[in-house]
Write a protein that binds this ligand. Structure first.
Ligand code: CLF
Ligand code: SF4
Length: 517
């Protein structure tokens, strides 16, 4: 038997022991972690076994904390698919792992390997290579595993990651383990074939097309079997689910329980993105996606069961960079073929140690600020704040240059990342765009403040009028430390009567809340 199926490659520890630790970690909702967030993918090294931390610490999808510092890249080597989802148009990338409306440049395994080296030598914090489409990686096993083989030889420090619809998964678990792919995502939208028949018109199974409930039953059985086989081997599994209001939104609570009981590490409930111009069945039938509030409510209701991922950016099958940034245009096939690539493991490691120092400083700063918050009477108050950032866990983006805002919930537990909001750029080459400002304000209307590195007078006044306090006094500081400091100051102002606290659900009546009393 191949040793890699019984021992972890990083720690050489028997996999039974590691599995036990993963299973223990699943119950982290009830674990004691002091004043820190007790559950969720923002967990740190104190919240899990060292072997698990080793696997997730620099994976931007499996660790919320890591996503501020580390980047991933995808290579689009897998064009074919073996099922049909009603939210997919084959013109575009697999919508299980990406948003519709973007098309990746397809690569051969050799081109993909060259691209990985080119990116790794340009972006030293790129630590994960994922194959996520544009079809299903396991419907293209030869190309997928050839790519992994080439990369594991030339860039052994890069973690390998795979995302699949799960239909072919049980047939490939041994190969996945042999190539040390220790992060696998399965998209599970249902465990009930009645629900599945509304999402999947057909699957291609045993050389023929199968439809309706029969197809959905085969798919769910294969997904659950594949999940069990992976977790038995100590491979960390993330479950992606597309939330489709009126079809599987309530049912996803059951899905969450089913995948938790089979050892899944993380659950990522993503919103359906649906528009007629995507040409999908759902887009054309007018099936809507969930609102940010509906999504958050479902994620909150599942959080007691297991770790929930809230920082997914539904990135494309050729995404490159930190989650939320897109550097794929810098690495087109033409450009990478011209690049003189030198893979320098030592300088990558030196860069990553510097990142770790910054990360430790960030955690220490947050803990010191938490210490002061723990002495305050928070009185059950909590607020949301929006943050403009371009990475490193700092408030380092100008208001006008932000294409998304990260949203944190502030409460007696400190600052917890709860999602992000995409927006149109306010600054359009030197002048502010009023229409964009309106969409920004709508996107963060439930936030009490917005933290930015810099902001002009015009947007400042409009935000204040909408009841959102623009804050630039923490420019370039750490996000969580600054947010907690702001929260303490907010509590003091509420207590003194300087401002009135407005509950989140009352965002529409926040107008003028920051006009001094
Ligand atoms: Fe890619 Fe997926 Fe691996 Fe991440 S993405 S294969 S686990 S390396 Fe991440 Fe992108 Fe969301 Fe996917 S943000 S769409 S969850
Ligand atoms: Fe499309 Fe992905 Fe579904 Fe295949 S699995 S039909 S590529 S969304």
């Amino acid at each position: 038997m191949d040793d890699s199926s019984t021992f972890d490659v990083v720690t050489a520890e028997p996999l039974d022991d590691i599995m036990q630790k993963i299973a223990e970690h699943k119950g982290c909702g009830t674990s004691s972690s002091g004043g820190k967030a007790s559950c969720g993918s923002s967990d740190g090294p104190d919240d899990m076994a060292p072997e698990i931390w080793e696997k997730v610490k620099n994976h931007p999808c499996y660790s919320e904390e890591a996503h501020h510092h580390y980047a991933r890249m995808h290579v689009a080597v897998a064009p074919a698919c073996n099922i049909q989802c009603n939210y997919c148009n084959r013109k575009y990338d697999c919508a299980n792992e990406s948003r519709p409306g973007v098309v990746s440049e397809k690569l051969s395994p050799e081109q993909a390997a060259k691209k990985v080296l080119a990116v790794a030598s340009t972006i030293p914090q790129m630590t994960v290579l994922g194959i996520a489409g544009p079809g299903d990686p396991l419907a293209n096993p030869a190309k997928t595993f050839k790519t992994f083989e080439l990369i594991s030889k030339t860039a052994p420090d890069i973690k390998l990651c795979l995302s699949t619809n799960g239909l072919a998964l049980p047939d490939h678990v041994e190969t996945i383990a042999r190539y040390n792919v220790d992060h696998v995502t399965i998209t599970v939208n249902m465990t009930d074939p009645e629900v599945g028949a509304e999402i999947y018109p057909w699957i291609f199974w045993n050389h023929k097309r199968v439809t309706g409930k029969e197809a959905a039953k085969i798919l769910t059985d294969r997904q659950m079997q594949g999940l069990e086989m992976l977790t038995e081997r100590g491979i960390l599994c993330k479950i992606n689910s597309v939330m489709i209001p009126g079809i599987n939104d309530q049912h996803l609570v059951e899905v969450n329980k089913a995948v938790k009981s089979r050892g899944a590490f993380l659950h990522n409930i993503m919103p359906l993105i649906s528009a007629p111009e995507h040409g999908t069945v759902f887009g054309l039938s007018g099936q809507r996606g969930p609102s940010a509030q509906e999504l958050k409510a479902l994620q909150d209701s599942c959080e007691g069961e297991m770790n929930m991922m809230r920082h997914c950016r539904q990135c494309r099958a050729d995404a490159v960079g930190l989650l939320g940034e897109d550097r794929s245009a810098e690495f087109t096939t033409d450009k990478i073929m011209e690049m003189d690539v030198a893979y320098d493991l030592e300088s990558r490691q030196a860069y990553q140690s510097a990142v770790e120092q910054e990360r430790l400083a960030k955690v220490a700063a947050k803990e010191a600020e938490m210490e002061t918050l723990s002495r305050e009477d928070v009185d059950g108050l909590n607020i949301l704040v929006a943050v403009a950032t371009k990475g490193n866990g700092r408030i380092n983006e100008h208001f006008g240059h932000a294409s998304e805002f990260q949203v944190y919930e502030l409460s007696s537990s400190g600052a917890k990342f709860v999602g992000h909001r995409r927006v149109d750029l306010y600054c359009q080459g030197g002048y502010g765009e009023e229409d964009s400002l309106e969409t920004v304000i709508r996107a963060i209307n439930d936030c009490t403040a917005v933290f930015v590195a810099k902001i002009g007078h015009c947007p400042k006044d409009s935000l204040l009028a909408a009841g959102i306090e623009p804050i630039d006094e923490y420019a370039f500081e750490f996000i969580e430390q600054s947010a907690i400091a702001y929260f303490r100051n907010y509590l003091a102002r509420v207590k003194s009567g300087e401002i009135a606290h407005v509950a989140r659900g009352d965002a529409d009546i926040r107008q003028g809340a920051f006009i001094s009393a």
